[in-house]
Design a protein around this ligand. Structure first.
Ligand SMILES: Cc1cc2nc3c(=O)[nH]c(=O)nc-3n(C[C@H](O)[C@H](O)[C@H](O)COP(=O)(O)O)c2cc1C
Length: 311
């Protein structure tokens, strides 16, 4: 039995990443309806709006989860709300989950934490985490400046822990999913693929910029300060890259980028998998294609094992 499916109640072990302002009911419900697991974000810091989104998702009676980005929570209002709202699955990120695990578990909630290193993974397991989201440096969004690829990080963490692993970073199809499973993952999480899907609320300019991007189309920015982010190349991010540092207000125009389509208003958070994405598809199509491709590849590999042959 796949432990991530047992923990989440989803049909397929495919999770839509939490993304500030973007991962709300229209996107999360489309993913959950298609058999994946939609996640509602709280990293926007819009407590009342996010609480309303959680209530809306609950009313739809679909499997879903909520993300709690520890460092960005102003107080424990969101934690308390989640504990009392019938949510079954939470991912925590950005900070130590130690203080969050017990209250969430006491409320009957399964908790996974997003980690960028083996040391962080071991601390989480020690603290009683139920599973880990293993976040490689290929992925979009806030990143650990000590870059480790999903390929290496998954193997390194799998070698040391027994809890279920969700692979995140650089995965946007069944090929990536099969590779992640070969390295020890039981599920995948996709951000860049779902931000560029039809039901994503972002402006078409952002989706088309992902579709047009090459595999070299992103920068890791602000590595010597915080937050270190991976985002699409643009005139603005070229300047930040050349400067080596990002101003404190660099992300203040993010809503103008997300919803106004002004691609120079802020860095457009996206991962290297933008270079693998060549069209906008519906969440249903993404999930159906990913599952079909996953089974085609694993069937081919299974035949190799059966015949003890390499081709
Ligand atoms: C536009 C965008 C916004 C993101 N915002 C968040 C966030 O608010 N909280 C979080 O934990 N991760 C965030 N992430 C990171 C994702 O959770 C995920 O780890 C990452 O997208 C996986 O890599 P991929 O982009 O290659 O699929 C964001 C990613 C993107 C692309």
């Amino acid at each position: 039995m796949n432990r991530v499916l047992a923990h989440t109640g989803a049909k397929y072990p495919i999770i839509q990443a939490p993304m500030g302002w973007i991962a709300r009911t229209p996107l999360a419900s489309a993913v959950s309806r298609a058999g994946g697991l939609g996640i509602i974000e709280t990293s926007s810091g819009e407590t009342a709006n996010c609480q309303a989104e959680i209530t809306k998702m609950r009313a739809l009676d679909l499997p879903f989860g909520v993300n709690l980005p520890i460092r960005f929570l102003r107080d424990d209002a969101m934690l308390k709300f989640v504990c009392n709202s019938g949510v079954k699955f939470v991912t925590t990120s950005a900070g130590s989950p130690a203080k969050f695990i017990q209250p969430l578990k006491d409320a009957g909630i399964t908790v996974y934490h997003a980690v960028p290193t083996v040391d962080a993974a071991l601390k989480c397991v020690e603290a009683g985490i139920d599973g880990l989201v293993v976040e490689g440096a290929e992925g979009g969004g806030f990143k650990n400046p000590e870059e480790v690829s999903t390929l290496v990080l998954l193997q390194a963490i799998r070698a040391q822990v027994d809890v279920p692993l969700v692979a995140a970073g650089g995965i946007c199809d069944g090929r990536g999913m099969a590779a992640a499973f070969a390295l020890g993952a039981e599920a995948i999480q996709m951000g860049t693929r779902f931000v560029s899907c039809s039901e994503s609320p972002v402006h078409d300019n952002f989706k088309q910029a992902i579709v047009q991007a090459k595999e070299t189309g992103t920068w890791m920015l602000n590595k010597k300060s915080t937050p270190c982010i991976r985002s699409l190349k643009s005139q603005r991010t070229q300047q930040i890259f050349d400067d080596g540092l990002m101003g404190p207000d660099a992300l203040s125009g993010i809503l103008d980028l997300y919803f106004g389509g002004n691609m120079e208003a802020a860095p457009a958070l996206a991962g290297q998998s933008a270079g693998l994405i060549d069209s906008v598809k519906s969440a249903q199509q993404i999930i159906d294609d990913t599952v079909a491709e996953f089974f085609a590849i694993t069937q081919r590999l299974g035949a190799l094992a059966q015949n003890r042959a390499f081709g």
